[in-house]
Design a protein. Structure first.
Lengths: 555, 515
C-alpha cells in the first residue's frame, strides 16, 4: 500500500513538474519537505496512547510522502542550472536581515534525496521495543530538521536547523539506545554544541564585518555574503576556523571524533542508520557550502591542514576499525575513514575531488546505512554484537550473508559498486593537486578491505557454534526494506552519470568562485598531470569506464 | 555610537519645573505603577474588611487582574511615547520612555505568573492569606519605580520597596525553617548591598553635583573631571549594589540559598521580576548615563562581572543535586549573559538585554512553575532524584519542563536561542569577540546542567518510588501559568519579529539615549 502510495504520489508530482518545469518553483517544494514530517510529528503527538498501533503507520506514511517530494524534486531539478533552484526567500527577523531563504543546488540535492529515502527505510527496518509514541515523534522532528539543514541558505537558519537536529537525536540515543546510552547521548550533545558555540560567534562576526565593509544593512544571507567576499583575509581565516571547529566535530575529524563511536554504537538501529547516512554529512556539507563558498581564501589556506586531518582520519579510522571486537563499533570507525576521504576530496580543490566527495557523501549514506541496518538485524536475532560470539552465519543464513557481502563490498569500494566512483574521483582529484596526501590515502582503500573482510570472515565463515544455529534467515519484509538500498548500490556503482551530471555544474561554479577569489589559485585537473604514475590508471580498469562515462557527460 | 544627550526637552522642563516650585504631577504617566501599588493597598483593605469571608482564590484573581490592568495601561503610554518621544515627568525624577514601559511589562508579566503559581501553592501548603499578594504587588510597584527612575534617589527608593517586600516574601513559608533562614540571609546581605548602592550614589553625587541622571550625563559630557577618583569609586559601589540584585558573581552567594529556601513561586518572581528591575537600573545608570563618557572605565568592570557570572554560574550549576539550586546557578549564568549585552553599551546591546529579560521571564517562571508543582506539600522534594522517571509518570509535565530546559540551553526555535543570538550579535558588533566566545562556551557547559535534569526525567532506570505513588496535582493557576510560559517561549523563538521590533522601539525612545 505504501509502495503504491509512493509511486502514485511521485508519478503525480513528476508529471506535474514535467509540465511546468520552466517555473518549477511554483510549488513550495522545500517548505513541503520540512513541514510534512512536522505534521506527522504533531499527529503522532495528538494520538492517544490507546491507539499505539497507529504511530508507526503515520510515521511511515508521512516520511514516504516526504521522500516522494524529494524524489519529485530530483525529477524536476534542472540539470543545466548551476545555481540554486526551488528558491524560497521570505523575511524572518527583518531588522537583522535574517530570512527564511531556502534552495538546493547540485551539491545539496542528493543529500536531500538521501534524507528522503533513508528515513522511511530506517523507520521500516528497525523495531522499537518501548515508548513508540515519542520514538516516532522524534524521528519525524529529526527528518524535518535534516531537510531544513540541507536546504537553508541563510546562516542563522542553517545554524538553527544544525542545532535542532541534536535534540531528537539526543532523545533517540538516550531513550532507545543500548547499555551506555546516557553517556553517549550526553557526549554527542555537548560535543556538537561546543563546536556550534564557535560557529555562532563566527557567523555573527561574519555578518557584522560584511555589513560594515559593504556599508549596507546587516544580512545573514549566504548567497549575498559569499558573493561579496568583503571581509579581510585575516578576519576570514579566523572566522573560517570558528566554522571549521563546528564542522570538524560533526564530520568528525581526528581528534574531535571521540563522540562518534559511542553515539553510533549506543544508538538504536534507526538512530545509527540516520546518524551515519544523514547526520555525518552535515559537517562535510558544511565545509563545502559554508567553508569553500563563504571563505574561499581561508579554505585554500587551511587545505593542507584539513587534508592532513582527513588522511589521518582515513588511516586512524581504518586501524581502529580493524581492532574492534564489536561489529557495530567497527562500522562506526569505518565511517571515520570514509569521512576522511570526503574531507580530502573537498580540500583537494579540484572538480574530480569535489564531485567524488559529494558522491561518497551519498554512497556512504547508502552503504553504511545498510550496514547498520544489517548489524541491527544481527543484534535483534542474537542479542549480541560481539564478533567473537558470532560464527558461521553464512551456513545458516546464506541470503543474509549474501546481502551483507554486497553491502560490505560496496563499503570497501569494490569497482562496479557505489563505493568505488566516489573514492576513485577523490583520489584522482587529490593526486592532481595534492599528490602525497593522495598517496597515503590510497592505503586506506586497502585497509578498508582488510577490516571488513576480516570481520566478515569471523562472523559469517567458520564453524556454526551452538548459539548461532538458530540464526534466522533474512525475512521477506527485511529483504523488501533493504532492497532499495541494494538497487542503489549496484545502480550508482555501474552508472553514476546521472548523479554527476547534476553535481558537476554546481561544483564547477563553486570552483570558479574559488578561482576568482583566491590569488594564485590554479585549478588542477587530472588532464594537467598527464604523467601520473601509470599504475594508478592501469590498475583500475573499471576506473576507465567510470571516467569515460563521466567525461561524456560534460557539455 | 551612542547618542549625545537630548539638549532640549528634559533639562529645560526640569529647569522650568524647578523654578515654579511645586512640580507638576502627570498622574497618567505613572498609571501602571499606581495601579500596582493601589491594587496592593486596596487588596489589603478589602480582605481586612471582609475578615476572612473572601474565597481563597480571591486575592490571586485580584492580583492577576491588577497586573493585567497595569499591562493594559502600558499601551496608551507606549503610543504616547512613540508619538511624542521620551519624556521626563515629576520634575525630571521619572523617565517615561519605551525602556521603562518594556521593563514594566516584564515585571507585570512576572507578577501574573507569580500570582498564578501562588494560588495553588498557598492552598497546598495551608498558608492562605492576602499578604502574599499584597507584598507581591508592592514589590512589583517598587520594581516599576526602579525601572522608570530618572533620578538616583528615586531609583534607590524603588529598590528598597522592591527588596523589603521580597525579603518578607522569602520568609513567608512559616512552616519551613529553610524559608526563614533564606529570608534572613537575603535581608542581611541585601541590606548590605543597598548600603553599597547608596554609598555609590552619594559618591556620584559628590562628583557630579546631581542625582538626576540626565543632568549627570549632561554634566559629564560637558565637563572633563580631572580628579575622577570619586566618580570611579561611585561606579564601583553602585555596581556592587546592582550586581547583588541581579545575582551576578562575585555578589551571587546569596542566590543559591535564597532561591532554594524561598517558596517556589516567590523564587519564580525573584528570578524574573526582580532581576528585570535590577537590570533596568543597571542599564539606565551605566549604559545610558555613564555609557557615552565613561564607558572605558566601567565596561571592564562589567566585563569581569559578566565573565565571572558565566563561569561560576555554569560550572557550579553542574555539580548541584538540587533542582532549585541548579536553577539558581543557571540564573547566575543567565545574568552573566545579559551582562555581556550590558557590556556592549550600545542601543543594540540594550535591546538585546530587554529581549533576553522577557524571554528569560517566560523560561524561568515556567521552570519554577514545574518546580512548584513538583515540590508537593512541604515544598521540599527538589532533589534531582525526585525527578527520576517523571517522563514516564507524567509525560506532559516532563515534556513541558524539557521545553523550558532546552530553551534555557539555547536550542533553536525557542526564546533562549534568539535571546543568546541577539546578545552575541550586540557584543560582536562592538568587536568583543573573546567575550562572545566565553559566553557561548559557558552556555555549552550550562547545557550539561539542563541535560542532567532531562536525563533524570527520561533516562533513569529506577524511577523515584514516591513519584509513582503520590499523585502530583497541577492546580488551575499553575496550568494557566504553564500554558503562558510555553506559548511565550516558543512564540519568541519562532516568530520573534514583533517583539524584537518592540524592544528596538523601546530603546529608540529612551530618555537621553536618542541620537
Amino acid at each position: 500500500m505504501i509502495g503504491t502510495l509512493l509511486n502514485s504520489t511521485s508519478l503525480l508530482l513528476a508529471s506535474e513538474f514535467a509540465e511546468e518545469s520552466a517555473n518549477a518553483s511554483n510549488f513550495p517544494m522545500i517548505p513541503a519537505l520540512i513541514i510534512t514530517p512536522l505534521i506527522g510529528a504533531i499527529i503522532i503527538a495528538l494520538i492517544p496512547r490507546s491507539r499505539s498501533d497507529l504511530y508507526k503507520q503515520i510515521a511511515v506514511i508521512t516520511s514516504v510522502i516526504t521522500g516522494a517530494f524529494s524524489i519529485a524534486m530530483l525529477v524536476a531539478f534542472n540539470t543545466r542550472d548551476s545555481g540554486y533552484q526551488f528558491v524560497i526567500d521570505q523575511p524572518w527577523i527583518s531588522d537583522l536581515g535574517i530570512s527564511l531563504h531556502f534552495g538546493v543546488d547540485g551539491i545539496s540535492l542528493f543529500l536531500v534525496v538521501l534524507t528522503g529515502v533513508i528515513f522511511p527505510i530506517a523507520l521500516l527496518g528497525a523495531k522499537v521495543d518501548h515508548d513508540p509514541k515519542p520514538y516516532y515523534g522524534w524521528l519525524m522532528v529529526l527528518m524535518a530538521a535534516s531537510m531544513g539543514v540541507f536546504s537553508s541558505l541563510d546562516l542563522v537558519l542553517f545554524f538553527a536547523f544544525f542545532e535542532l537536529v541534536l535534540v531528537p537525536m539526543y532523545f533517540l540515543i538516550g531513550l532507545w539506545g543500548h547499555s551506555n546510552r546516557v553517556y553517549a547521548a550526553t557526549k554527542f550533545f555537548l560535543y556538537t554544541m561546543l563546536g556550534s558555540a564557535f560557529m555562532l560567534v563566527g557567523l555573527v562576526s561574519l555578518a557584522v564585518l560584511n555589513a560594515r565593509a559593504m556599508g549596507g544593512p546587516i544580512t545573514f544571507d549566504l548567497v549575498e555574503i559569499a558573493k561579496n567576499q568583503a571581509i579581510s583575509v585575516t578576519a576570514g581565516r579566523w572566522i573560517f576556523c570558528a566554522f571549521a571547529v563546528a564542522f570538524a566535530v560533526k564530520v568528525p575529524l581526528f581528534p574531535l571524533h571521540t563522540w562518534l563511536p559511542d553515539a553510533h554504537t549506543e544508538a538504536p538501529t534507526a538512530g545509527s542508520v540516520i546518524l551515519a547516512a544523514v547526520m555525518l554529512k552535515l559537517g562535510t556539507y558544511g565545509f563545502i557550502r559554508f567553508g569553500l563558498d563563504l571563505f574561499p581564501e581561508a579554505s585554500h589556506w587551511a587545505a593542507p591542514v584539513m587534508m592532513t586531518l582527513g588522511v589521518i582520519g582515513i588511516i586512524y579510522g581504518a586501524v581502529c576499525a580493524t581492532m574492534q571486537k564489536d561489529l557495530k563499533r567497527l562500522v562506526a570507525y569505518s565511517s571515520i575513514a570514509h569521512l576522511g576521504f570526503i574531507v580530502l576530496g573537498v580540500f583537494a580543490f579540484s572538480v574530480q575531488g569535489l564531485e567524488g566527495s559529494i558522491l561518497i557523501m551519498v554512497n556512504h549514506g547508502i552503504s553504511t546505512g545498510a550496514l547498520f541496518l544489517l548489524v541491527g538485524w544481527i543484534y535483534e536475532r542474537r542479542h549480541t554484537r560481539q564478533i567473537a560470539e558470532l560464527s558461521g552465519l553464512q551456513k545458516v543464513a546464506p541470503i543474509f550473508a549474501g546481502v551483507f557481502t554486497l553491502v560490505m563490498l560496496s563499503s570497501i569500494g569494490v569497482p562496479g559498486l557505489n563505493g568505488f566512483p566516489g573514492e576513485f574521483l577523490v583520489l584522482l582529484g587529490s593526486f592532481a593537486s595534492a599528490r602525497w596526501w593522495g598517496v597515503v590515502a590510497v592505503s586506506g582503500v586497502i585497509l578498508a578491505a582488510l577490516y571488513l573482510l576480516w570481520a566478515y570472515q569471523r562472523v559469517f565463515h567458520g564453524p556454526v557454534t551452538e548459539p548461532n544455529k538458530g540464526f534466522r534467515e533474512l525475512r521477506l519484509t527485511e529483504g523488501l526494506v533493504i532492497a532499495p538500498l541494494l538497487v542503489l548500490i549496484v545502480f550508482l556503482g555501474l552508472y553514476p552519470k546521472p548523479m554527476l551530471d547534476r553535481i558537476e555544474p554546481s561544483v564547477e561554479r563553486l570552483l570558479a568562485h574559488v578561482d576568482a577569489e583566491v590569488d594564485g589559485f590554479e585549478l588542477r585537473e587530472v588532464k594537467f598531470v598527464a604523467p601520473l604514475p601509470g599504475e594508478v590508471e592501469a590498475g583500475h580498469t573499471e576506473a576507465g569506464k567510470t571516467e569515460a562515462g563521466h567525461t561524456e557527460g560534460k557539455p | 555610537m551612542i547618542a549625545r544627550i537630548v539638549q532640549d526637552s528634559p533639562v529645560q522642563t526640569l529647569a522650568a519645573e524647578a523654578a515654579s516650585g511645586t512640580p507638576e504631577i502627570i498622574w497618567s504617566a505613572i498609571a501602571p505603577n499606581l495601579i500596582l501599588m493601589l491594587g496592593g493597598v486596596l487588596l489589603l483593605t478589602v480582605v481586612s474588611l471582609l475578615r476572612g469571608k473572601s474565597p481563597s482564590w480571591f486575592p490571586a484573581v485580584w492580583t492577576v487582574v491588577t497586573a493585567s490592568l497595569a499591562l493594559i495601561a502600558l499601551f496608551p503610554l507606549w503610543a504616547r511615547v512613540q508619538d511624542e518621544g521620551a519624556q521626563t515627568v515629576m520634575a525630571g525624577a521619572v523617565g517615561l520612555d519605551g525602556f521603562s514601559l518594556f521593563v514594566t511589562g516584564i515585571i507585570c508579566l512576572s507578577v501574573i505568573m507569580g500570582a498564578l503559581l501562588l494560588e495553588g501553592y498557598v492552598r497546598r501548603e495551608g498558608l492562605e492569606g492576602a499578604e502574599w499578594y499584597v507584598l507581591l504587588l508592592l514589590s512589583a510597584s517598587g520594581g516599576v519605580t526602579m525601572a522608570s527612575a530618572n533620578d538616583l534617589i528615586v531609583m534607590f527608593i524603588g529598590l528598597e520597596i522592591l527588596s523589603v517586600a521580597a525579603y518578607v516574601l522569602t520568609a513567608m513559608h512559616s512552616k519551613r525553617i529553610s524559608s526563614q533562614e533564606a529570608g534572613l540571609k537575603y535581608f542581611v546581605l541585601g541590606a548590605f548591598a543597598s548600603a553599597f548602592l547608596l554609598y555609590g550614589i552619594a559618591l556620584t553625587y559628590g562628583a557630579t553635583g546631581s542625582t538626576n541622571l540626565v543632568r549627570i550625563q549632561r554634566f559629564l559630557s560637558d565637563t572633563v573631571i580631572t580628579q575622577n577618583g570619586l566618580l570611579l569609586a561611585g561606579f564601583a559601589f553602585m555596581l556592587v549594589g546592582f550586581g547583588f540584585k541581579i545575582g551576578a558573581a562575585p555578589f551571587h552567594t546569596w542566590a543559591p540559598d535564597v532561591y532554594q529556601g524561598a517558596p517556589s513561586p516567590v523564587t519564580a518572581y525573584m528570578a524574573s521580576g526582580i532581576k528585570a528591575a535590577g537590570f533596568a537600573g543597571l542599564l539606565r545608570v551605566f549604559v545610558v548615563t555613564f555609557g557615552p563618557t565613561y564607558g572605558a572605565d566601567w565596561r571592564p568592570m562589567v566585563y569581569a562581572l559578566a565573565v565571572l557570572s558565566l563561569l561560576v554560574g555554569s560550572f557550579m550549576a553542574i555539580v548541584q543535586t538540587n533542582v532549585k539550586r541548579m536553577l539558581a546557578y543557571s540564573s547566575i549564568s543567565h545574568a552573566g549573559f545579559i551582562l555581556v549585552a550590558v557590556e556592549a553599551s550600545s542601543t543594540q546591546g540594550t535591546s538585546a538585554a530587554l529581549f533576553y529579560l522577557l524571554a528569560y521571564t517566560f523560561m524561568v517562571t515556567g521552570s519554577f512553575a514545574i518546580v512548584t508543582i513538583m515540590g508537593r506539600t512541604g515544598d521540599g522534594t527538589h532533589a534531582l532524584d525526585d525527578y527520576r522517571g517523571l517522563g514516564r509518570a507524567r509525560p506532559g509535565l516532563a515534556l513541558i519542563f524539557t521545553v523550558f530546559l532546552l530553551a534555557q540551553a539555547g536550542v533553536p526555535f525557542t526564546a533562549g536561542f534568539l535571546s543568546k543570538f541577539y546578545v552575541i550579535n550586540s557584543v560582536v558588533a562592538e568587536g568583543q569577540y573573546a567575550l562572545a566566545v566565553i559566553a557561548m562556551v559557558s552556555a555549552v557547559v550550562a547545557a550539561f546542567l539542563y541535560l542532567r535534569v532531562v536525563v533524570a526525567m527520561y533516562f533513569s532506570e529506577d524511577p523515584a518510588a514516591e513519584l509513582m505513588e503520590s499523585r502530583i496535582k497541577v492546580p488551575v493557576g499553575a496550568s494557566i501559568a504553564l500554558v503562558i510560559a510555553v506559548v511565550g517561549t516558543l512564540w519568541l523563538g519562532i516568530v520573534p519579529g514583533a517583539v524584537t521590533n518592540v524592544a528596538n522601539d523601546a530603546v529608540a525612545q529612551l530618555v537621553a539615549f536618542k541620537s
